[in-house]
Write a protein that binds this ligand. Structure first.
Ligand code: EPZ
Length: 430
């Protein structure tokens, strides 16, 4: 099994190009089949979750032509089955977007219940509630969601929790429903807005995305479009915290600084200097890190996907910091691994109490999920000595060329497969 081997202690310095947003690309790719015309999508991140979705869509009869690894032309006119239950689909969360898109277009869909990272219970009751309000019947049988409707009719839907997935899924189904749908208590994440912009460029009529009330006037059909996906806010934030934890100086390029505001604010509280440009942000960590407190919240609050990465940095700030996770209940699984590197973190319920240490020490550790995996790599790069992180398939679900981008910033990190590779790496690095 492949793992990352690294020697820490070097400040990361330089510039890094941020890829397209995975969590925008997943629904946009799924929604591109809602027209029979061809849709051209650019700035797709080359990560395994996206490859899995594209491969599974091919098996439904979707035609895909890759111009290069970041651009694809998708045509959904030849879809021959509305049953999307391939085993691989169960591994990714974004698979459930096929319920909204197939139901919207064909009024029928059978889709494997979604998987994704094990970060807590991830119900889909709000998705189901929304589809039912639009007139669909929903059954769950043999591990799949079966959705059917004679026709979809717009409705007024109040989400009981702020859910990215449910907002997106219901929005997609409502685009081709008859009449007006109003989604209240909607998620406001940048990827919700990006999907709405994409659907509007296909002829949909969506207003209010980015606020907590989204209004959708159904249209009879959608048409082809060309669209460029927004930069990945979470990938950008990961490199920003990597600068902080390694006392580095990193400029993240190809970003929308507005999307990074909650992350920037925390880095400033921690004593970093953050400089914003039109499409780049520079983080300089020349002073000792300061403690702070943070609570994860839906956008524009501090993202849950950044919680582990921030905690790994706070573990190096002298004093006590408190991190509260309010979105998912199982997102502290990296704490035991960080403890093996010398971190002092106590978890009580949904709160982590972090007492800063001077430095982490290298260890052999395991990535428990995507974002926690990235956090452990950052810890390894700030630690003294050698660290290996295994289970990197999680990290590769959502970070394109992670170790290569880190190498570009001067990190001593390589992908190794065997003990011999690791020994060779150690000899090379010294
Ligand atoms: C999306 O997951 C992202 N995944 C997650 O990113 C991200 O952590 C999360 O949003 C929050 O920002 C994708 O976009 C593919 P939710 P999602 O529905 O849509 C509860 C990553 O690392 N809920 O906003 O599954 C749920 O249990 C991943 O890239 C219900 O109760 O998240 C959670 O507590 C990990 N019922 C809260 O809402 C529902 O029907 C937010 O979940 C739906 C959700």
């Amino acid at each position: 099994m492949e793992e990352y081997a690294m020697k820490g202690g070097n400040p990361l310095v330089g510039e890094v190009e941020i890829s397209g947003a995975k969590n925008a690309a997943l629904p946009i790719i799924a929604a591109s089949i809602m027209t029979d015309d061809t849709v051209y999508i650019d700035n797709i991140p080359d990560v395994s979750d996206i490859r899995t979705l594209l491969d599974c869509m091919k098996k439904l009869g979707v035609n895909e032509k890759k111009k290069d690894k970041h651009s694809v032309a998708i045509n959904g006119s030849q879809i021959f089955t509305l049953v999307a239950d391939q085993e691989d689909l169960r591994k990714i969360r974004g698979s459930y977007y096929l319920i909204g898109t197939l139901l919207g277009k064909y009024k029928e869909a059978t889709v494997a219940l979604p998987g994704g990272c094990d970060i807590g219970s991830r119900g889909i009751d709000q998705h189901i509630k929304g589809f039912k309000a639009l007139g669909a019947t929903i059954k769950i049988e043999h591990g799949s969601v079966i959705a059917k409707a004679e026709k979809l009719v717009g409705a007024h839907i109040y989400m009981d929790v702020v859910s990215v997935g449910a907002t997106i899924n219901v929005m997609m189904a409502a685009v081709l429903a008859e009449g007006q749908t109003i989604i209240e208590n909607a998620a406001k994440e940048p990827h919700v807005v990006d999907l709405a912009n994409f659907l509007n460029s296909m002829g949909a009529n969506i207003k209010g995305a980015g606020t907590d009330v989204i209004r959708i006037k159904g249209v009879p059909t959608l048409h082809g479009t060309e669209y460029t996906i927004i930069p990945d806010q979470i990938e950008a934030g990961t490199f920003m915290f990597a600068a902080a934890a390694t006392k580095g100086d990193v400029t993240v390029k190809n970003v929308i600084p507005k999307h990074l505001e909650s992350i920037t604010a925390k880095l400033i509280e921690m004593g970093c200097e953050v400089e914003e440009f039109d499409d780049a942000v520079r983080v300089v960590a020349s002073k000792p890190l300061r403690t702070t407190h943070v609570k994860t919240l839906p956008y524009p609050g501090f993202p849950t996907d950044m919680q582990a990465v921030m905690a790994a940095s706070l573990g190096l700030a002298k004093g006590i910091s408190i991190v509260t996770e309010s979105i998912f209940e199982n997102r502290f699984r990296y704490v035991d691994e960080l403890a093996r590197m010398g971190a002092d973190i106590k978890v009580e319920g949904n709160t982590a109490i972090i007492t800063g240490v001077d430095q982490y020490t290298g260890a052999s550790i395991t990535a428990p999920d995507l974002r926690a995996g990235a956090a452990l790599v950052i810890a390894g790069l700030s630690a003294s000595g050698f660290t290996t992180v295994d289970n990197i398939q999680y990290i590769e679900r959502g970070y394109e060329n992670f170790h290569k981008k880190l190498q570009g910033l001067g990190a001593q990190i390589e992908k190794v497969e065997t003990e011999r590779d690791f020994k060779k790496f150690k000899l090379k690095i010294g």
